[in-house]
Write a protein that binds this ligand. Structure first.
Ligand code: ATP
Ligand code: MG
Length: 362
């Protein structure tokens, strides 16, 4: 098939801390990868976000940034250090929460894949967590519940969780579609013996959706049992689908089992928008010193290309995504890595080595 000669337009949100180091690293790799597979150069749009946006625009996530993102094909989001913002910004929903909510980015896809030489707890781990990202037991995301928390007196705090059929159906479809491209197995994680109505509904709706995918094997576990299984045999799982809070906790566990949280990528998407975001934070302790490991952000950017490939039926972008993933793995295998992985390369040296690797392979 002939591809439309389309120019993809992507946003760049540098964010705080190490963001201005790891995001440009990812831009350089994406540029090299699309060149290698013969896609038109990406049109990049840098937009204000985070501490610098507070100074210039009086908001950590300016309205103008949200408007501009709406017209783009996707974007790279750097980490933010919202704990360091002055009030009132510090108490507000943080930048990534604001963006996820504004665009209804309901699917948080978090792979945990062991690297050769990457210090995995369970070698061979290659799983993906499909985390529902808009409701469940994270009060601040609850669409219908406002903040989701209240304090009737100074000594009593109440929170509620919400599970809806509609939101569960869409994340379940994401999970089953993903499994169809992988090892064809979905594990539903819930706590239906205690949270009977909410997570019971989640489990039942996921099972119902699963009936539309007869070639995919389905099983389910309680969240507590699931942590035990992951520690011993993470390599036996393929796609895990779960609600918001369970997914957040499980993906940290799975990321570490696969080697290190520091290399864990993610993509947040709706049916029309997608955002690449590293699983780690802004690492203010090492910011500005060219020490950060950019791998999590790099692989997140690769996942964004993969998402674009399927949305725009452009298989060249799948090749570009694979080029980044392969070149990062090859570079680490060749002994070039940042300090957190036991190497001595700076962020920019590592980036240059990966870009060179992409050029060589392409
Ligand atoms: P947040 O609340 O934003 O998630 P956090 O408290 O989880 O932040 P991180 O910013 O993720 O903290 O940092 C935790 C530790 O991991 C710090 O010591 C930091 O330097 C280190 N770290 C995080 N990301 C990286 C990275 N990409 N490269 C190297 N070290 C990192
Ligand atoms: Mg964190």
């Amino acid at each position: 098939t002939t591809q439309p000669d389309r120019t993809y337009r992507l946003g760049v949100l540098l964010g705080d801390g190490i963001g201005p180091e790891i995001v440009p690293s990812s831009v350089a790799m994406v540029d090299a990868a699309v060149t290698a597979v013969g896609v038109e150069p990406i049109e990049w749009h840098e937009l204000p976000l985070g501490a610098s946006a507070i100074d210039e625009h009086g908001s950590h996530t300016p309205e103008s940034t949200l408007k501009a993102l709406d017209d783009l094909d996707g974007w790279l989001l750097g980490p933010h250090d919202s704990a360091a913002y002055p009030e009132p910004y510090k108490s507000q929903l943080n930048p990534s929460g604001t963006i996820r909510k504004h665009f209804g980015l309901y699917a948080n896809i978090r792979p945990a894949k062991a690297f050769e030489g990457g210090n995995a707890v369970v070698e061979g781990t290659d799983l993906v967590i499909a985390r529902e990202n808009t409701e469940g037991f994270y009060a601040d995301r609850n669409t219908f519940a406002g903040t989701g928390e209240m304090m009737p007196t100074a000594d009593v705090a109440i929170m509620h969780g919400i599970i809806t059929r509609a939101a569960t159906e869409r994340i379940a479809h994401s999970a089953f579609r993903l499994a169809g491209q992988r090892r064809k197995k979905v594990t539903i994680v819930h706590k239906a013996n205690v949270l009977k109505m909410t997570t019971g509904l989640f489990r039942d709706v996921c099972r119902e959706v699963g009936q539309q995918y007869p070639d995919i094997e389905v099983d389910d576990f309680h969240i507590d049992a699931m942590t035990v299984h992951l520690v011993r045999r993470a390599d036996e799982f393929d796609v895990i689908v779960t609600e918001n809070m369970f997914g957040d906790i499980l993906s940290d566990l799975a990321g570490e089992i696969a080697g290190s949280l520091g290399i864990a990528p993610s993509v947040n998407s709706s049916d029309t928008h997608a955002m690449a975001q590293a699983a780690h934070g802004s690492a203010p302790d090492i910011a500005g010193r060219d020490l950060a490991n950019p791998i999590a952000m790099n692989l997140s950017s690769g996942m964004l290309l993969e998402w674009l490939a399927s949305r725009h039926e452009d298989p060249r972008l799948t090749l570009a995504a694979r080029a980044i993933e392969d070149a990062v793995a090859a570079t680490v295998r060749n002994g070039v890595s940042t300090r957190d992985l036991g190497g001595s390369a700076s962020c920019s040296e590592f980036t240059a080595a990966v870009v060179e690797e992409i050029r060589k392979a392409g």
